[in-house]
Write a protein that binds this ligand. Structure first.
Ligand code: SF4
Length: 327
């Protein structure tokens, strides 16, 4: 059976259910790289340029881990996933960066995802997957059926997220719902967790941030629990249209967290080397400040971040919230 490899990094955290269902239905074996570990990160750091952000380094490590095990690697060239907004430039250039830096790669399937100026979120993925599917079959009926299975899987995934399920659980088809905040009414603290899902939900990169907060008695709310409509509506209130999809998601989530959800604190997890995040971080800090009762902490991660420092900061942050006088 032909094996297609999917690196467990970057846009895996957004679209894995869609891809898995499509390629499995086409009759391919989908091979996922193992969860991030030290060897994967070290490999990624060695093979990228030092200026790359942490998630790109992690992606390189995952690609290298799969390279000799699969017949193809799926690394779509993601440009636009919605009208009039671009995804980060590093996503667009990923296939080229991989080819330039990694040796012994199997053929890359780097079909383009471009919603165009007026395109919608569904059709850009249809075009990309149909073209990728064309490498393996000319059976139009089979491709149509696989496409439908893929869209259904992605809808189910989004539904599980907006029902409050943690992303890592929602990615697993059979996992019974463990809602992030909703199922823990007894928790003392409710923390808004901002950040890209490929940082927040990669236990190695984030140093198990969500589990650590759980151990400190805090439940979390993340941007993934918001619907696309909620994000779009909130983003429309910004004084200028945000033309960067990931930044838009972050800003709109921050606005909702700061203004519409009862939270005890806000944590913003950023990755060193992410240029766009520098702007978002500043705005998030301003909005959090406008609400006197919402403490904010920014945690920046890179390949050198030490776990002890992270634990100390989280303990201090949660303790400070617990001890402050009630308003
Ligand atoms: S948005 Fe930032 S962290 Fe994400 S890939 Fe782009 S530069 Fe890296």
């Amino acid at each position: 059976m032909t094996k297609i490899g999917i690196p467990r990094a970057l846009f895996y955290f957004y679209y894995y259910p869609l891809w898995r269902a499509f390629f499995k239905d086409l009759g391919l074996e989908v091979v996922l790289s193992p969860p991030t570990n030290k060897a994967i990160l070290d490999d990624g750091v060695r093979s990228t340029l030092s200026e790359a952000c942490l998630p790109v380094k992690v992606f390189f490590g995952h690609t290298a881990a799969l390279a000799e095990q699969v017949d193809y690697l799926f690394v779509p060239r993601i440009s636009r996933v919605e009208a009039k907004a671009y995804i980060c430039p590093k996503f667009m250039g990923l296939p080229d960066m991989l080819k330039a830096r990694l040796e012994r790669l199997p053929p890359l399937i780097d079909t383009v995802v471009d919603a165009g100026r007026d395109g919608d979120r569904r059709s850009c993925w249809e075009d990309c997957l149909r073209e990728a599917g064309g490498i393996f079959t000319r059976d139009k009926q089979l491709t149509d059926r696989s496409m439908e299975a893929a869209m259904q899987a992605q809808r189910r995934f989004k539904k599980r997220l907006t029902a409050g399920m943690l992303l890592t659980d929602a990615l697993e088809d059979n996992k019974v719902s463990e809602a992030a905040a909703a199922s823990h009414p007894q928790r003392k603290l409710k923390i808004g967790l901002l950040g890209h899902p490929y940082n927040l939900y990669d236990p190695y990169s984030s140093m198990n941030l969500i589990k650590k907060l759980d151990a400190l008695g805090a439940s979390v709310v993340t941007p993934e629990s918001l619907t696309d409509k909620e994000i779009d509506d909130e983003a429309a209130k910004l004084p200028k249209r945000m033309f960067w999809t990931l930044g838009k998601r972050m800003l709109a989530s921050a606005l909702i967290f700061c203004r519409s959800i009862r939270l005890d604190g806000l944590i913003y997890l950023t990755s060193f080397g992410c240029g766009p995040e520098a702007l978002v971080e500043e705005l998030v800090a301003r909005w959090a400040k406008q609400r006197n009762d919402l403490p904010l902490i920014t945690l920046t991660i890179d390949e050198h971040t030490g776990e002890a420092g992270m634990v100390t900061r989280l303990e201090a942050f949660t303790e400070m919230i617990k001890r402050r006088p009630k308003a």
